[in-house]
Design a protein around this ligand. Structure first.
Ligand code: SF4
Ligand code: SF4
Length: 469
């Protein structure tokens, strides 16, 4: 008996529906709230503000304590002066910071985002400005729906004035780490500020104003690379902000003293307070989402509701996936220990490198003329020597050269360099031609502090002579 093959229509649809990869933004009106984590964030934010706004005004040995002097390529950090040659230390510092962030993320999820990231910290400040000028969530929503009026104009203008003032303070402070802050502020208020300083202060003012005032959660969701890759660092023992559906569901409203268990309800009264306080506008009850910055605002809001209802706190809490599924959370786990060990080793090596950093640096470059013969028949080579005093005090250095029999050093062998100064000297070396083993001979320049012989540096170079037959 013959079998029929079923026929399917595979004609492509005429119209292919386009998929929008960018969701239309809905304006988020966050509700103000209080609670433990809000207070922690305020204390942390105050410490960060003090660090950022305060450090730039500190002085050290008559100059700004932290100053990235780009034109002179000198970077002052309290008692130390760093030069572009020390950028390896800066790179090491950035790698350590990255590993520190990995360690924190594996352990405590996105606490960096929620508590310390400048984007979050300044967004909270801008939200505070919104609340004091336009009122709380409902008042702001109402105000935005109203047509323009005197009251609305004054409130909006006051909000933007505070936003701009905060942005300007951030910008001038940031630029003050690159150009002396005292002169910068004076120049601004005497209208004598230079073009570049004006440009950068304006740029960072607008960047802060735009990011914290308008873009807000869009920066975290669409622009921040860290938000994208950190989820791969999470494991089932990472601390996350999570809603406990076993306890909360079935959600629903009820009277405060109702026997809600008998009604088949869980602890979530579906008040949506956790959604209303969320700066990224998500509902944590839908599970872990990439938009969640781990700020714990929803924990504070829900705990307040639990207190009002007389239920135990912690329906939304810092917990782990293992905990949520009823399993044991492992704080000490191989990945975390690995990061901790790598971090400790890197900090140790970095600390050693900084502590033993040579306080003098010698660079040698040979003159383009290969060699010349002087009146005594000696072969002469000319070099340009750069001696960099990295110490915080003036030093006298003695320069010498070795590596060839009968090598004579002509030129300044003793120099004095101020703190952080780069001194360039010319050195002429002469050697009898019969003592040259080859046409290209390795020699070593040596510089040593006359005040502290432990401060020294070497630099290799070549002594060129005629071909030896
Ligand atoms: S705040 Fe708590 S009780 Fe209210 S909706 Fe959110 S999870 Fe439910
Ligand atoms: S869900 Fe909670 S922790 Fe996550 S961003 Fe929103 S308020 Fe913050």
């Amino acid at each position: 008996m013959s079998q029929k093959i079923p026929v399917h229509d595979v004609t492509p649809p005429k119209k292919v529906e386009s998929v929008d990869l960018y969701a239309t933004r809905e304006r988020i009106y966050t509700r103000a709230f209080t609670g433990l984590y809000r207070n922690l964030r305020r204390v942390g934010g105050a410490a960060l503000f003090l660090l950022f706004f305060g450090t730039v005004w500190l002085n050290w040995d008559g100059r700004q304590a932290v100053w990235w002097n780009l034109p002179e390529r000198k970077f002052y950090i309290f008692g130390a002066t760093y030069f572009p040659q020390d950028f390896i230390l800066l790179s090491a510092m950035l790698i350590i910071a990255a590993f520190g962030l990995f360690f924190i993320t594996v352990f405590a999820g996105r606490v960096w985002c929620g508590y310390t990231c400048p984007q979050s910290v300044f967004t909270w400040v801008f939200m505070w400005a919104e609340k004091v000028t336009e009122g709380d969530r409902n008042q702001r929503m109402k105000l935005d729906k109203q047509p323009m009026s005197g009251n609305k104009f004054v409130r909006k203008a006051a909000k933007h004035a505070i936003w701009l003032l905060v942005s300007f303070a951030v910008a001038i402070t940031f630029v003050g780490y690159f150009t002396p802050i005292r002169e910068l502020v004076t120049d601004f208020f005497t209208l004598e500020v230079g073009g570049w300083a004006l440009f950068w202060v304006g740029f960072f003012t607008l960047a802060t104003y735009g990011n914290a005032g308008y873009l807000r959660e869009q920066v975290c969701i669409y622009m921040c690379p860290y938000a994208r890759f950190q989820s791969v660092m999470f494991d089932k023992d990472t601390l996350i902000v999570s809603y406990d559906p076993r306890r909360g569901e079935r959600r629903g409203p009820r009277k405060k003293d109702a026997d809600y268990k008998a009604l088949g309800l869980g602890d979530c009264i579906d008040c949506t307070m956790c959604v209303q306080v969320c700066p990224t506008g998500i509902d944590i009850r839908d599970g872990l989402q990439i938009e969640c910055i781990g700020c714990a605002a929803c924990i504070d809001a829900c705990d307040t509701i639990m207190d009002k209802m007389g239920y135990p706190r912690g329906l939304i809490s810092y917990t782990t996936e293992h905990n949520l599924s009823g399993q044991k959370t492992h704080i000490l786990r191989p990945r975390l220990i690995g990061y901790a060990l790598a971090l400790a080793a890197m900090i140790g090596v970095f600390g050693y490198a900084v502590a033993t950093r040579p306080l003098v640096k010698l660079d040698v470059s040979k003159d383009r003329v290969l060699y010349r013969e002087n009146a005594e028949g000696y072969i002469e080579n000319v070099y340009s020597l750069k001696v960099m005093n990295k110490a915080q005090h003036p030093q006298t250095f003695v320069i010498s050269a070795s590596g060839l029999d009968g090598l004579e050093y002509n030129g300044r062998q003793e120099i004095t360099a101020a703190a952080g100064e780069l001194v360039t000297v010319t050195a002429e070396l002469a050697a009898p031609p019969e003592k040259l083993p080859s046409s290209t001979n390795k020699i070593v320049f040596h510089v040593q502090s006359a005040d502290d012989p432990s401060i020294e540096d070497d630099a290799d170079s070549r002594f060129i002579g005629p071909s030896v037959r």
